[in-house]
Design a protein around this ligand. Structure first.
Ligand code: GDP
Ligand code: IMO
Ligand code: MG
Length: 427
């Protein structure tokens, strides 16, 4: 029973950080398996607020070992500054382990991310500009730099040469930028070697041994299902697999070990960056969701696009992840609406469609078909059990559960650890 995956069921920012932190006290390992510091996970503990980008949210639970798996892309400068920021606030980070096989986001990958977006102009993806796409591209092109390469200067130099060979041609000839010197890039990377050394480990071995000993391992996804490179709204996606299968490849743990897959689901929908979003609102309701929900990006500070709950997406997330449970977050944000529209299907070119269309063209044409659910006005932030919720809030949750295809096992009614209604235990 010990391995659980916790992932975003929509377009990211569903509250994965809070949910992970909540379970962190009861698990032995929390593992990031994909993405990098494009993530922004907010955790509120008492009166303290933490914004984590690269570190697993389990770092805030003293008994838990945080792990950065092989599938993650790591910007060493961000990792070191995140660690020192936490140390300054009294958080012990010494248990962290980092896969030697994780790929490094080099400074030239960050440059390429930014110039590519500029070059795309109005067709841009709206990336976080953190070098995520170019680093995964180097990995797939087999010219990536891995954490272990920092410990062999000669190999590192050869690999940086290989990576810059083509990139410098593109930077100078296509983008009109200056070439990046191999020596300078190598020197900068070598500067991180000693500082990272205490954390580097064979994380695959550690995790599999832990599972054999019946330890509890929680895999914490970054981003979300609809941002998945294979299953998301391509090309408006991130460059990794946040979906459940990504936990296996990104951590080196077989699918037979995973017993539970929890989808974090916001009670409405948000998206950052470009791409289709059928229930997006451009009126005062959208503005109100943004204001009440505090929907501003943790990583880039961009306003999040806001819209009503989309059950088609939730059903899709259940299917592609094999979800066993949902953790519904931010129900409190919906307090005060007389009626709450919920998208139950799409209308595409005059036809009603119940499931997410595989065709990008169809999805771009999808118009939401709404069902109106009665709202509530009572403050629900102090609710501790399902029966504490007003009747209409209970019905809203039950309706979402029915439409989404997996049980809602927890409900968030505020950002704090204890502002949660637990219905079914996750462990
Ligand atoms: P993540 O990327 O999935 O970890 O989510 P973010 O941290 O980017 O965004 C979620 C935001 O909602 C954060 O500011 C959380 O503190 C906050 N949050 C999480 N759960 C709840 C909830 O149930 N109610 C409210 N009001 N805020 C929540
Ligand atoms: P968390 O983990 C929301 C979006 C970007 C952009 C697209 C590609 O906090 O949920 P990238 O820099 O990854 O190449 O950008 O993906 N994006 C996120 N949106 N939450 C995130 O992470 C995101 N990480 C990337 O806005 O549209
Ligand atoms: Mg976030």
């Amino acid at each position: 029973m010990p391995a659980l995956v916790l992932l975003g069921a929509q377009w990211g920012d569903e509250g994965k950080g809070k949910a992970t932190d909540l379970l962190g006290g009861s698990v032995d390992y929390v593992v990031r398996y994909q993405g990098g510091n494009n993530a922004g996970h907010t955790v509120v503990v008492g009166d303290q607020k933490y914004a984590l980008h690269l570190l697993p949210s389990g770092i805030l639970s003293p008994g838990c070992t945080p792990v950065i798996g092989n599938g993650v892309v790591v910007d060493p400068s961000v990792l070191l500054s995140e660690l020192s920021g936490l140390n300054e606030r009294g958080v012990d980070t010494s248990k962290l382990i980092l896969s030697g096989n994780a790929h490094i986001i080099t400074p030239y990958n960050v440059t390429v991310d930014k110039v590519t977006e500029r070059f795309l102009g109005k067709r841009k993806i709206g990336t976080t500009g953190r070098g995520i796409g170019p680093t995964y591209a180097d990995k797939i092109n087999r010219v990536g730099i891995r954490v272990q390469d920092l410990y062999d200067e000669s190999i590192l130099t050869q690999k940086v040469e290989a990576a810059l060979d083509v990139k410098n041609q593109i930077l100078t000839k296509l983008y009109n930028r200056r070439a990046i010197a191999v020596g300078q890039a190598v020197e900068e990377l070598l500067g991180y070697a000693d500082k990272l050394a205490p954390y580097v480990a064979d994380t695959v071995l550690v995790l599999n041994q832990a599972l054999e000993e019946d330890k509890v391992v929680l895999f914490e996804g970054g981003q979300g299902t609809l941002l998945d490179i294979d299953h998301g709204t391509y090309p408006f996606v991130t460059s990794s697999n946040p979906t459940a299968g990504g936990a296996c490849t990104g951590a080196g743990v077989g699918p037979t070990k995973i017993s539970r897959v929890i989808g974090i689901l916001k009670a409405y929908t948000t998206r950052v960056g470009a791409g289709p979003f059928p229930t997006e609102l451009f009126d005062e309701d959208g503005e109100a969701l943004r204001r009440i929900g505090g929907e501003r990006g943790v990583t880039t500070g961009r306003d999040r696009r806001c819209g009503w709950f989309d059950a088609v997406i939730a059903r899709y997330a259940t299917r592609v992840n094999g979800l066993t449970d949902f953790f519904l977050t931010k129900l409190d944000v919906l307090t005060g609406w007389e009626q709450i529209p919920v998208c139950v299907a799409y209308e595409i070119d005059g036809k009603r469609v119940e499931e997410l269309p595989y065709s990008q063209t169809d999805f771009h044409h999808a118009k939401p078909v709404y069902e109106m659910l009665p709202g509530w006005s009572e403050d629900i932030s102090k609710a501790k059990s399902f029966s504490d919720l007003p009747k209409n809030a209970q019905s809203y949750v039950k309706a979402l559960e029915e439409m989404s295809g997996a049980p809602i096992s927890a409900i968030g009614v505020g950002p704090g650890r204890d502002e949660t209604i637990e219905i079914n235990s996750f462990l």
